[in-house]
Design a protein around this ligand. Structure first.
Ligand code: GAL
Length: 528
């Protein structure tokens, strides 16, 4: 129990039981650690629950191993070869100028370093590469009035070299770099964007569709709508916007996605071997107090507002989930409004939205703790509330990202149960660091080892190389490859984790050490 600690008297407490020194009865209250220690004693050790044990074994044959980047994050602001302005070009963190040459792109300069990127992909031995297309690079003012052939040609070349190396492209049509010209007329808040997006997608299907058989319409609509990534008035905001704007944006995103899904289906008959869907993202949540019903309810709401906002209409019924509908209506009425701020879809729209997926694309990084929110401000929002986490969870270079592999397994199970066992492709997953910590990135190896071990189906690592990390610029690094930004050649240097990820790919999982030797674990010849 807490007691007298020599030089520090009563300030340092070592007790499994708390003692109230103010109370003459000196009551002893068991701390959580006392309950845990009792469990250890009862078990005579620390047996891991079955599901937390490391699992040796192989993924199914033909499992897709991928790694991701996005257009804006590795190419950046320069308007080389006719690229139009994007809303991110004016954002504070963006400028990273490595050359005065107007034609040299910024950030990782992937626009000119195609061969180098290909070499990294080949060394990893991935079967797929997930990247995005820059809307303003292809359509400088966002409309099909003018097609930038040079920009489109870059993607054609990229796809060709990938296919020649037997790496299948996974292409995201929109990953947040909205043409500024469209933002000037209201961006995602203006319903006309649905048609604009459809025309942009039609062009891509027409020009790249014979070669690309795996599409994602939108990346993380939750982040676009709620955090304002991609529809801020001047610069992308990183905080939730009050009022109904996020819901309007969300509404338009869902309609835009559904239209493009139908367009793809109409363009390609029969759609044999061709897939198109959307990337949903969500953190997992655990109750702050697992014995408290209010905290358990808060967790349920959190996941419905986060993963469920966009997944529910598309993967289930064509409309928003009940948890959201009820909460937003209650809050809107409490604010004196006559109707809910959450719009509704018409019957026709519902039919058009429901079932517009060929698989479940999913980005996942972390888990948080939730407790019941007495003031009911749940939705003002996940970005603004303090992130409650468990102090035993390992940190990363991003304040919101804690290492919580168990949450990955739990949210995959949630998707499976909520959405009737869809086939899932993990379209992003990874960990960052800050500063120059060297190439021996043990934390990334540990992260991938434990998260991949939890994975059920498909898997894509974020990211192939260090890049521009949206609101936080270049400080947070997610790459399997280190980029030396001070060297004008921007060399891509493999971190230790790239070799580790490659060995998982080669083994197609985690071979049991009890049955050594495993050829796939032996060092690969250089350049392989
Ligand atoms: C995702 C996003 C990526 C990347 C990653 C790491 O939300 O889609 O572009 O930035 O987070 O924060």
């Amino acid at each position: 129990m807490d007691n007298f600690e020599w030089l520090h008297s009563y300030s340092a407490r070592f007790g499994l039981h708390q003692v109230d020194f103010e109370n003459p009865n000196r009551p002893r209250t068991p701390k959580r650690s006392a309950v845990y220690y009792a469990e250890v004693i009862r078990n005579n050790g620390i047996p891991l629950p079955k599901e937390d044990e490391f699992l040796y074994g192989e993924f199914p044959k033909n499992f897709s191993w991928s790694v991701a980047t996005t257009a804006y994050q590795i190419k950046g602001a320069w308007r080389a070869d006719g690229k139009g302005l994007s809303i991110w070009d004016q954002f504070a963190h963006t400028p990273l100028k490595i050359s005065n040459d107007e034609n040299v792109d910024v950030v990782c300069d992937s626009y000119h370093k195609l061969k180098k990127d290909l070499a990294s992909l080949r060394a990893l031995q991935v079967s797929h590469y997930h990247f995005s297309i820059s809307w303003p690079r292809v359509l400088p003012d966002g409309t099909t009035k003018h097609v930038n052939e040079a920009g489109l040609n870059y993607y054609e070349r990229l796809i060709d070299v990938l296919l020649a190396s037997n790496i299948k492209p996974q292409v995201t049509i929109y990953h947040w770099d909205l043409p500024q010209a469209l933002q000037n007329v209201g961006g995602w808040e203006n319903e006309t964007i649905v048609q604009r997006f459809k025309e942009y997608a039609a062009l891509l299907f027409q020009r790249l569709g014979d070669k690309v058989k795996f599409w994602l319409t939108l990346n993380e609509p939750y982040v676009i709508a709620n955090l304002g990534y991609g529809y801020g008035t001047s610069a992308p905001g990183i905080f939730a916007r009050p009022g109904k704007a996020p819901y309007i944006v969300g509404h338009n995103l869902i309609k835009a996605h559904a239209e493009v899904w139908h367009l793809h289906n109409e363009t390609y008959h029969p759609k044999q071997g061709r897939l198109i869907s959307i990337t949903i993202n969500s953190d997992w949540a655990e109750p702050r107090d697992p014995d408290k019903q209010e905290d358990i309810d808060a967790v349920r709401r959190y996941v419905q507002f986060y993963g469920g906002w966009f997944a529910y209409p598309i993967f289930k019924n064509g409309y928003y989930n009940e948890v959201m509908k009820t909460r937003i209506r209650e809050r809107s009425l409490a604010q004196g409004l006559s109707t809910s701020q959450l719009p509704e879809f018409t019957e026709g729209e519902k039919q058009r939205i429901k079932g517009t997926f060929d698989f479940f694309g999913f980005n996942h990084y972390t888990t948080i703790l939730r407790k019941s929110n007495a003031r009911g401000k749940l939705f003002v929002l996940l970005s603004l509330i303090k992130f409650l986490t468990d102090r035993s969870w390992l940190d990363s270079g991003s304040f919101w990202l804690k290492v919580t592999p168990f949450g990955f397994r739990k949210i995959l199970r949630w998707i499976k149960e909520e959405y009737d066992n869809p086939s899932i492709y993990i379209t992003e997953n990874g960990i960052s660091e800050r500063g120059e910590l060297g190439l021996n990135d043990a934390w990334r190896i540990h992260y991938y080892k434990s998260y991949i071990n939890e994975a059920l189906k498909d898997y894509t690592a974020w990211s192939l190389m260090d890049n521009f990390e949206w609101a936080t610029g270049f400080a947070e690094k997610f790459g399997l490859y280190y980029i030396n930004y001070t060297d004008p050649n921007l060399p891509r240097i493999p971190r230790e984790s790239s070799k580790y990820y490659s060995s998982i790919i080669l083994c197609n999982g985690f071979p049991d050490p009890a049955y050594e030797p495993h050829l796939c674990l032996q060092p690969q010849p250089e350049g392989n």
